[in-house]
Design a binder for this molecule. Structure first.
Ligand SMILES: Nc1ncnc2c1ncn2[C@@H]1O[C@H](COP(=O)(O)OP(=O)(O)OP(=O)(O)O)[C@@H](O)[C@H]1O
Length: 242
């Protein structure tokens, strides 16, 4: 696995909003098939990093590549290229049913015809435990089901790289375990996952490596059990005085 070419790379990646520097000179790569967990305190720049990868924000310093090619263009082009993402605040089309939301994501994100997406969308509903809500208006779903739908919509584009932004917060222990199992299944199909998460035990259960950001800079990267023992990580992230 270490000899494989990275699916995603960032080199000298930087982003500022006016005078506020949010990401600075970030370097990392993600290997195909791995789960990379991203940790960092609030405001560390994690979601901004996802916005740069997904194309929600497109002006930045440095370079991002996906499968060896520079990552450019609007979000729909990046979806079609194989990048799916969730948003921290789920934003489904509330006046459409759960199933309709999936079909829209699948057709928009993959360029297929609606009728060609029904089968895969129904399999995803099943996998994300949403089949019983298939005909429910998305605006009336519970928070847990909205999070499931957010993940289902990202899967509907058929991603090779899946970006997950804080999907475990607020779940019970059982729901958290089920989510970890689901992410393991997704990974076992060869999908590469980058997961921003504050719920550390969920991340530790599935991540192959962790990347830790603080004030837009990488402060640690590596095997999870070693990274969380790192003194700087303990100090800035876990609130432990060195
Ligand atoms: N569009 C924007 N305009 C101005 N400042 C922004 C914008 N988006 C993000 N920021 C600022 O960039 C910094 C990093 O935000 P970001 O959302 O990337 O952090 P985060 O690590 O994802 O935090 P959290 O864990 O709270 O989600 C914050 O100070 C935020 O206020």
């Amino acid at each position: 696995m270490t000899d494989m070419k990275p699916i995603l790379t960032a080199q000298g990646l930087g982003k500022s909003f006016g005078a506020v520097r949010v990401l600075h000179d970030l370097e990392f790569s993600v290997r195909p098939g791995e789960v990379l967990g991203i940790l960092g305190p609030n405001g560390a720049g994690k979601t901004t990093l996802f916005n740069l990868i997904s194309g929600d924000i497109r002006d930045h310093h440095g370079e991002l590549t996906f499968e060896g090619k520079p990552l450019t263009g609007p979000p729909n082009r990046r979806c079609k290229a194989g990048i799916g993402r969730t948003y921290q605040v789920p934003r489904p089309y509330s006046g459409m049913t759960t199933f309709e939301n999936l079909v829209v994501a699948a057709t928009f994100g993959s360029g297929r015809r609606e009728v060609d997406c029904y089968e895969s969308c129904s399999a995803i509903l099943d996998e994300c435990e949403l089949m019983a809500r298939a005909n429910t208006m998305a605006g009336t779903l519970t928070l847990l089901d909205r999070k499931r739908l957010e993940l289902a919509r990202a899967l509907a584009v058929g991603p090779r790289l899946l970006l997950l932004d804080e999907i475990a917060g607020g779940l019970t222990d059982d729901e958290g375990h089920a989510l970890v199992e689901l992410i393991r299944r997704i990974r076992s199909r060869g999908v590469t996952v980058v997961w921003i998460e504050h719920v550390l035990h969920a991340l530790m259960a599935v991540a192959d490596r962790l990347l830790v950001l603080n004030f837009g800079e990488k402060i640690a990267e590596g095997v999870p059990s070693e990274v969380i023992e790192d003194e700087e990580v303990q100090r800035v992230y876990m609130g432990v005085e060195a």
